[in-house]
Design a protein around this ligand. Structure first.
Ligand SMILES: *Cc1c(COP(=O)(O)O)cnc(C)c1O
Length: 394
């Protein structure tokens, strides 16, 4: 068999299992109303939870950033790519989540994926370090743990007793507990206060991936640390800037010593071109919105939509996962049925992605509904009515 044939065989196997993925080409800005292939759709699939991706103030700031700083950074941060906009953004982010940390500093990355690789390969760089990773963690944390030299132990979802036993048994002087704050395919939250107490008891770092919390939870949008009112020098916080913040990139905030070591040693920070400075400039506008009155009213509207959806979905066969966040999955089970229902919704002009293994465990294929402050009550009512009707039809 030649090389191409063996690839075609792999692709054919995916197809047999209803696991082939297709991209749709979106012709309009990220918003509840999009156009795909000339056709208008009502979308419940982005992570643009506050509706900032196409917000006029953020778009204007991006344009202004390009005028001030040009299009590209030209080099990595440690060579000559670290611009004034990057520095101002780091300082603002450190201030933003600083009240929850000790001697806080922040460091920005091009993506959350790279930020997670950087945290785990830096803090887990020694072979005698130990990483304790939550079962439902995001792929970027799993990959970071694989890339680190540390030993890796996976603890069952939200199982504090199992984690406690693992920490108790550990002889490592360098322990990292790693978890998503809001689980990206379930929408539920990790028991962060209990996890932090365990980490403090065992002198472990608690690495929190707040991709879905930053901007959307906490009275001032500061994310999971504010939501749970956490404060500890053990915290290593990762927030992404392409979801609620509406632009792109990510940051790590932690004790200054953690950040300095990442600048010196984190390969996903050092060996890559710095993100365009205009993005950092646009993010300063996003942070103004998130931390101000407009952010608060957008979060309140989002919470009202979440309550509305939960109050109006009348499902008998499909499973709901209790979630107070913008991620509202409907677990259908089989890949084939999840795809069929996704296609039926699409036929009605409603776009909700069907999520299949390996992104979620086998037998839990689901529709991943995400709500945004940019949605209206009427749009959420339309989604609930369509789902109720499709479930009845079988
Ligand atoms: C999206 C996401 C990431 C990756 O962030 P990007 O900026 O998109 O690379 C990391 N962790 C979680 C939980 C996410 O949902």
């Amino acid at each position: 068999m030649n090389m191409i044939d063996s690839l075609l065989l792999k692709l054919a196997k995916l197809d047999e299992q209803s696991l082939t993925r297709h991209r749709r080409v979106v012709e309009t800005p990220c918003a509840p109303r999009v156009v795909v292939g000339g056709r208008p759709l009502l979308a419940f699939c982005s992570n643009d939870y506050l509706g900032l991706a196409a917000h006029p103030r953020v778009v204007a700031a991006l344009r202004e950033g390009a005028e001030l700083y040009g299009a590209g950074s030209g080099a990595s941060h440690l060579i000559s790519g670290h611009g004034l906009a990057h520095q101002l953004l780091e300082d603002r982010l450190a201030e933003f989540v600083g009240p929850h940390l000790e001697s806080a500093r922040a460091l920005t990355f091009s993506t959350g994926y790279m930020a997670n690789l950087a945290i785990l390969t830096t803090l887990g760089m020694d072979a005698d370090a130990e990483i304790f990773s939550e079962f439902l963690n995001h792929a970027s944390l799993i990959d970071g743990a694989r890339l680190a030299r540390a030993q890796v132990k996976v603890y069952p979802h939200a199982d504090l007793a199992a984690l406690s036993a693992l920490l108790e048994a550990s002889t490592s002087a360098n322990k990292l507990v790693v978890t998503d704050s809001v689980f990206s395919m379930d929408g539920n939250m990790a028991p962060l206060p209990e996890l932090l107490a365990l980490c403090e008891r065992h002198d472990a770092w608690l690495v929190i991936d707040d991709a879905h919390g930053f901007g959307t939870i906490g009275a001032n949008g500061r994310g999971a640390l504010e939501h749970f009112n956490l404060r500890s020098p053990n915290l290593v916080y990762m927030g992404t800037l392409g979801k609620a913040a509406g632009v792109g990139g990510a940051f790590v905030a932690a004790h200054a010593s953690v950040i300095e070591l990442m600048i010196q040693r984190a390969r996903p920070y050092i060996y890559t071109t710095a993100a365009p400075p205009a993005l950092a400039h646009a993010l300063l506008a996003s942070l103004d919105i998130i931390g101000g009155d407009e952010g608060a009213s957008r979060r309140a509207h989002l919470q009202a939509l979440i309550a509305q959806l939960n109050g109006t979905l009348k499902l008998k066969r499909w499973q709901r996962i209790a979630s107070q966040t913008a991620i509202q999955p409907i677990v259908i089970g089989s890949n084939e049925e999840a795809l069929r229902i996704g296609a039926a919704l699409y036929g009605k002009g409603i776009w909700v992605p069907a999520i299949r293994p390996p992104t979620v465990p086998v037998g839990t294929a689901r529709l991943r509904v995400t709500l945004s402050a940019a949605h209206t009550q009427e749009e959420v009512a339309q989604l609930a009515a369509a789902l109720n009707e499709l479930e009845e039809l079988r």
